[in-house]
Write a protein that binds this ligand. Structure first.
Ligand code: PMP
Length: 441
């Protein structure tokens, strides 16, 4: 069945297929962190639907909530008309938002992808300020629509015709392992913030003043790169002082994954606009922005779309938000993340190809390097995309699904569900070590 379906898909679907090529599994059943393929093999899932499945596959509370909606005869889709289920989701979400947004934010439902919520955030900032420019960061990933591509880091995304409709200034993201300023992390956070301040306050810079700054607290697709708390606080101070809208994209970091309900909470920073998707819909398509009420200057219909009111997504999202909070899964993510990173460091000891093990909570990355390659100016060896790809394939052989990220796909990325057990975490490590041995022979 597996080979038949993969072959038929290759004939019927686009050549832009990605996961289907890198993870040639035909999933037929799934529970928690385990996916079973059509070939009868089980895999530990460290992809979790690209981070959407905070509670893992088919969590009983999510399944029960979905059944309840279906059995109740409620309408499944109502655009942006209010329903009791949507009202319940909204209340649950508002009560979990960070800082001053809690209980007091305005929500705009987008839909149904993260990229659409990024578009909405950019438009809102432009409308509210009357300005157009946006400051974004190297290594960023905000989505595939034109505006979101424009504010993303990789050149292949920005070079899309039309992506220049948003005037973007790109600043270096403080990336500890490959410091863009050629100095250590603490210094680089200060320099990145100082650069931002000087550019947006200097009328001659061509940047001043932008409508918005958009950033990820931890870059996911960019290779699991953490922005230091001090940097985030400085960016918050600067944007607040100059009336610039701070958009924090928590599409991947949100809902407990990084050890806090929202990643920005660790630095004590509240954005003007928070972008949420992925886990916020409990595995069903849902995306939204939550923002300061003062920004709510939109005329009706300024940003619409058909799919923003899916009752099933609201129900799955509501129980996911509640379960993550009630079961303190953010703390669990933090502890599990530490356990896995410690294990990865043990595995990496004596293996110079393990350039860097990093991450926050259950966003985990291993940057793979070629120790014999020409080092950069800080003496850091180059990434090793061939090893990373070989390791991903070997992990799959060992029954572990994970993905790559980073500039040249040299970072092994783990995004397991927050309900991963300790035994499963240890098994993830064993499988990675076994996969490494395969690549070493
Ligand atoms: N922002 C971030 C931080 C993301 O990680 C992603 C998806 N990986 C997106 C936006 C885009 O979301 P979507 O794929 O649902 O459009």
């Amino acid at each position: 069945l597996r080979d038949r379906l993969l072959a038929r898909q290759a004939r019927r679907e686009s050549s832009a297929r990605t996961y289907a090529r890198t993870l040639p599994v035909v999933p037929v059943r799934a529970e928690g962190a385990v996916v079973t393929g059509a070939d009868g093999r089980s895999y530990l899932d460290c992809l979790s639907g690209a981070g959407t499945l905070a509670l893992g596959h088919n969590h009983p509370r999510v399944v029960a909530a979905l059944r309840e909606v279906i059995d109740s005869g409620a309408p499944l889709h109502t655009l942006d008309m209010i329903t009791p289920e949507k009202d319940a989701f909204t209340g649950e979400l508002l009560g979990r938002l960070p800082g001053t947004l809690r209980d007091d934010a305005r929500l705009h439902f987008c839909g149904p992808a993260g990229t659409d919520a990024v578009e909405a955030a950019l438009k809102l900032a432009q409308d509210a300020t009357g300005r157009r420019g946006v400051v974004a960061f190297t290594g960023a990933y905000h989505g595939m629509t034109l505006g979101a591509s424009a504010v993303s880091g990789p050149r292949r995304m920005r070079d899309t015709p039309g992506a220049d409709a948003v005037p973007v200034t790109r600043l270096p993201y403080p990336y500890d392992y490959r410091c863009p300023f050629g100095v250590g992390s603490r210094q680089s956070a200060r320099l990145s913030a100082a650069l931002l301040e000087s550019l947006i306050t200097d009328p001659g810079s061509g940047v001043a003043p932008p409508a918005a700054v958009i950033l990820e607290v931890v870059q996911g697709e960019g290779g699991v790169v953490e922005g230091p708390d001090a940097w985030l606080r400085e960016v918050r101070r600067i944007t607040a002082e100059h009336g610039i809208v701070l958009i924090v994209d928590e599409v991947q970091t949100g809902v407990g994954r990084t050890g806090r309900f929202w990643a920005c909470e660790r630095a004590g920073v509240t954005p003007d606009v928070l972008v949420a998707s992925k886990a916020v819909g409990g595995g069903l398509p849902l995306a939204l922005i939550a923002y300061r009420p003062a920004l709510d200057t939109w005329r009706p219909g300024r940003h619409t779309g058909t799919f923003r009111g899916n009752t099933l997504a609201m129900a799955a999202g509501r129980v996911t938000l509640r379960t993550v909070a009630e079961e303190q899964l953010a703390l669990r993510a933090e502890a599990l993340g530490e356990r896995i990173r410690a294990g990865l460091r043990r595995i990496g000891a004596g293996r110079p190809s393990f350039g860097d093990v990093r991450g926050r909570g259950l966003m985990i990355g291993v940057e793979l390097v070629d120790p014999d390659g020409p080092p950069d100016r800080l003496g850091t060896p180059p990434g090793d995309p061939a090893l990373a790809a070989a390791l991903r394939a070997a992990c799959l052989e060992e029954g572990l699904m994970l993905e790559l990220g980073g500039r040249d796909d040299t970072v092994l990325r783990l995004l397991p569900p927050l309900v991963l057990t300790d035994d499963q975490a240890d098994s993830v490590l064993e499988r990675i070590e076994a996969a490494l041995r395969r690549t070493e022979t």
